[in-house]
Structure formats: C-alpha cells, structure tokens
Ligand binder design. Structure first.
Ligand code: CS2
Length: 475
C-alpha cells in the first residue's frame, strides 16, 4: 500500500518563532534544550533559526544532519545523549545578510535571542555605553546591511516598524550585568543615531528582559566529535558537551506575552533577575576567571585539574569568603550551599573546560566578574587579597609570556594594547599603574583604592610564582 507523503497534522513540526544570533555551543547546550522542552510540554511554534555572525563552520557541521545535533550530558563517570531537533535552519550572516534581515522582519519571529559573548556588544565595559569608535558600529551607522549583532537588531526592528509589525522581544543570554537593560540601552543608542523616531518606537514598544544563564559548556574538540560519533554509530559533526546542571532565570517581560512555556522546561520566570545575576557573575564567573588565570600560570590545563590541586581548592574557597559579603542571596538560596555546589561543578572530572578558554576576553569580563566585588569590599574595608591576586594574574597572563618564558596565545580584543603595556613596564608596580590607566576596564574612582593592594598582589605573584602566591594568599 502506498503511504501518503507528509506528516499527519498532529505531528507537524513547529514553525520558527525565534531567531538566534551567535549560534555557539553554549546556546545549543542551553537555550535550544529549554525551547525544545517547552514545546514538548506546551506546544507552540518556537523552532529556532540559528544565525552565525561570522564563520560558516557551525552551519557546515550541522547541515549533514539537517540541523539536528547531539547534546551530551557529562556527569562523573556517566554520559547521556539526547538528539536536539529544534533548529529549523542555520544562516551565515556574511554570506547572505538579506536572508537574516528577512528572518528578523518576518511577523512569525517573535523573539530574537543572542549569545554573542561580552565583546559582541561593542560597548565600553566600564561604562556600559556603546563604543561609537568600534569599526562594526561605525560601519552599521551608515550601511543598511549590518555587521554587528546590534546592527542586525536595530535594522530588523526598523524593517518591522516600516511594515507595521510589532517588535520582537530581544532575549540576551550573555554573562553581562543587567544584560537586558544593557542591550536595550545599546540598541536605543544605535537606533537614535539612525532614526530618532525609530528609537522612540523601540523605547515604547520593545521588550528586553534580563536573564541569568548558567550551564558549563566547554568548546567541543575534534577528539570529542570522533568519540561521540563512534558511540552513536553515525557521524555527528556538531555535538555539544555540557554538565548536568542548568539554570535559567528570565524576567517575564515579552512583547504581547509571546514566548515558549519556559517555566514548563524548568526556567524560573521572575520579575527582577538582578539578584540571580549578581550571584552567578560574581560567585561562578568571578571564581572561574580567577582559577583560569592563576591555574593556567601554574600549568593547569582545565578547571577540574586546577581544583583537584588542594592549593587551588583552598583558593576557590577563600575567594568565596571574600565574595559572598557582597552578594545578596536570591530568595530561598543559601550562598554557602551555592558555593559548595559550584565547587562540585568545577571539580566534575568529565568536563574538560580549559583554563585557556575561560581566560579569553579578560578585558571584557573582569569588570562584572571581579571589579564590582573588589569595589564593594574596598568601600567597606573588607579583605581583598584573593581577588587582587586574580586581577594580578590576569595582568601577568595578558602580558603574553608564562612563568616558564613560553608565549601565551592571548585572545582578547585588547590583546595588543595589554601586551605593549606589559612589555614597557619594568616592575610589578609599573605594570599595575599601566593597566589601571585603561579606563575602558577600570573606572577612574576605583584606581586609587585598588593601586596598593593590587601592587602587593602583583609583587607576590612575580616573586613567588602563581602556585606559591595562591598558597600564600590562603595561608
Ligand atoms: C566561563 C563561562 O568561559 C567563561 O568565561 O566562565 O562560560 C561559564 O562556564 C558559564 O557562564 C557557566 O554558566
């Protein structure tokens, strides 16, 4: 008997309702899984059109399996595979920018989510304002076809306004403080330069909920792809590997209330995400960065390896002692238990999260991860030794030479500036002074109070080496 072509109505695949900018491993291990679970629980047309803003690599890897990929949960001694089929297609912006704009303008698109990393916001991390001198922003001000994520957001909104379509909700999923308010401010700044009427419309009609996102997701390696494909019995060129833990707190503020049933997928829908965000940025990401710089300098390749070293385990705990007085616990959360859970997550030996990966883009990460905490402690006369050592280790790392005299592959939009400053400095005190003069990173009023404790930390690091300096600060 001939079977009819096409699926029965009740099995129809959902249509796309979300465009995601910056389709890296993190969003595929995190947001895509929540959206898939939300649709499984409550339905809705929320499939995702992924957009790569730079390279075709992710699109090319996903194409062979028609945009499906394996999400691999790694717990100590066990792994769990799941096929994720929520991607509807993947576009590569530089190859076909008009298709991206058309997807943004489509009335069926109701959410545009983004994971473009800290530097993708083209802002000044110390002030949170748009960097008007950024080459991508300068380009996007005068060209209808944009290059930056912000440019796409603004041009997409411009097309919708012209067509009489409601705006989409902009759902940022990057580790930035008050990330929704930040991206709103940046979109409005850019829109104001392009068309003040557009800016007013976005200010009134647009929605930019802040979110706290959390799932440790190391970059996938070629060896991972081979190993996972062997276990699956077919090739998956784009698996994502992540820890079992996952947490998403989202401000429930969407245009027309249109969104997947995120709560059914385990997300916390809240009215204000600030407390969650501060806790996570300072306690998880702050300690991650501190362990990444000190651990890398001490020769540790991954975070799990770093905290398996008792000297660094004690350092992580000392950091939490310095950090927790600055954090207001979200309702129902014990910060002590949160820190203990973080320790266990960092120690998960199945997760090979390279210290080098976390060390990337320090100039964009330090303000929200470490400097705000330092400011609070300095203002209140509290301990800052462990936190200052982390900043000193970043300076040492950014100088581009490790303790054995070997070059470090420093990835940072300010890498050249940082290396030059470091090369010209003749002593730890001079290095500290030179770095503190970077007003894009260090707010001017923090420079004076930070100078002395940071110079002490930098001098110890230089005299003792990373591991002994860490030992010294915890003893
Ligand atoms: C890490 C984060 O790479 C980094 O800088 O600190 O990606 C971290 O793994 C995630 O924020 C965890 O949710």
């Amino acid at each position: 008997m001939l079977m009819g072509v096409g699926l029965p109505v009740e099995q129809k695949s959902p249509a796309a309702g979300i465009v995601h900018l910056g389709l890296g491993a993190f969003f595929r291990a995190f947001g895509c899984v929540y959206v898939a679970d939300a649709m499984a629980a409550s339905g809705g047309d929320w499939d995702i059109i992924g957009v790569s803003l730079r390279s075709p690599a992710t699109r090319d890897a996903l194409r062979a399996r028609n945009w499906a990929y394996t999400s691999v949960t790694l717990a100590p001694g066990q792994q769990h595979f799941r096929d994720v089929t929520v991607l509807n297609s993947v576009l590569v912006a530089p190859e076909d920018p008009q298709r991206v704009l058309d997807a943004l303008a489509a009335p069926t698109t109701r959410i545009v989510s983004l994971t473009v990393t800290e530097k993708g916001y083209c802002h000044d991390p110390a002030t949170g304002l748009l960097n008007m001198a950024h080459p991508d922003i300068r380009h996007d001000l005068t060209h209808r076809i944009p290059t930056s994520a912000l440019g796409y957001l603004v041009r997409g909104l411009q097309m919708r306004r012209a067509a009489g379509t409601a705006p989409y909700t902009v759902l940022t999923c990057d580790n930035l403080p008050e990330n929704g308010r930040l991206v709103r401010r940046l979109v409005l700044q850019l829109a104001a330069e392009i068309d003040p009427e557009l800016e007013r419309w976005i200010a009134v009609e647009g929605r930019f909920p802040s979110t706290m996102v959390d799932r440790i997701t190391p970059a996938t390696t070629e060896a991972d792809i081979t190993r996972i494909s062997e276990s699956l019995g077919y090739r998956d060129a784009a698996p994502v590997l992540h820890e079992p833990f996952s947490q998403w707190a989202i401000e429930d503020d969407f245009v027309g209330g249109a969104r997947p049933d995120f709560a059914a997928a385990g997300a916390e829908m809240v009215t204000d995400v600030t407390a969650h965000e501060h806790m996570k940025l300072r306690m998880l990401n702050g300690v991650h960065s501190a362990l990444a710089y000190t651990g890398y300098l001490a020769g540790h390749a991954t975070i799990a390896e770093t905290v398996a070293d008792p000297v660094f385990a004690a350092y992580a705990r000392r950091l939490w002692e310095e950090i927790t007085p600055t954090v207001e616990a979200p309702e129902g959360v014990s910060l002590t238990q949160y820190a203990e859970a973080l320790f266990a997550r960092f120690a998960n030996p199945a997760i090979h999260h390279r210290t080098w990966q976390i060390a990337m883009d320090g100039s964009q990460k330090l303000p929200q991860r470490l400097l705000g905490t330092l400011r609070d402690n300095l203002e209140n006369g509290r301990e800052v030794g462990a936190l200052c050592l982390a900043v000193a280790a970043w300076m040492r790392y950014a100088g581009g030479v490790d303790e054995a005299g070997q070059p470090i592959d420093v990835r940072d939009p300010m890498a050249d500036t940082l290396r030059h400053l470091s090369e010209r400095a003749a002593s730890p005190a001079e290095t500290v002074s030179a770095f503190l003069s970077l007003s894009a990173i260090f707010p001017p009023d923090l420079v004076q109070p930070l100078r002395a404790p940071l110079t002490t930390a930098a001098a110890r690091l230089c005299a003792l080496g990373a591991r002994d300096a860490v030992k010294d600060v915890t003893s």
